[in-house]
Design a protein around this ligand. Sequence first.
Ligand code: DQA
Length: 147
Amino acid sequence: MRVLVINGPNLNLLGQREPSVYGSTSLDHLVSMLKDHGKDLGIQVDHVQSNSEGDIIDALHNARGRYDGAILNAGAYTHYSYAIRDAVAAVKLPVIEVHISNVYAREEFRSRSVIAPVCIGQISGLGVEGYLLALDYFGKYFKQVGQ
Ligand code: DQA
């Protein structure tokens, strides 16, 4: 089983960016935790980060047929990118939306995700742990759907 983790804008600065909101774990450390956790679950984890909407859409398109699922933190695009939403819907890949912060406890504009309705679920507010929990879920999900 293969899962692609896609991180959107500003998440390259994880660990340095607003640590009181997003914590002190760097993106590199998060990715290595995800890869290690994936090994325990028998899931190969690949990662892509981009600050550009088009790159995120391309990553979703390229994941078709190559991955069994994706974990997506689209950053601020979450709140307004109909193009990323359409890409998730188009690729018919199970996608879990993850947010490090609790987007429902922050500014009003963050409480709306235009992408979540086309995802299988969403995890918000559990810090970087949310990515690991999404991977755990995929471990169970792949067994359920008999892949
Ligand atoms: C975020 C929440 C978004 O509102 C914000 O723009 C981000 C990060 C999160 O992981 O909590 O860049 O997706």
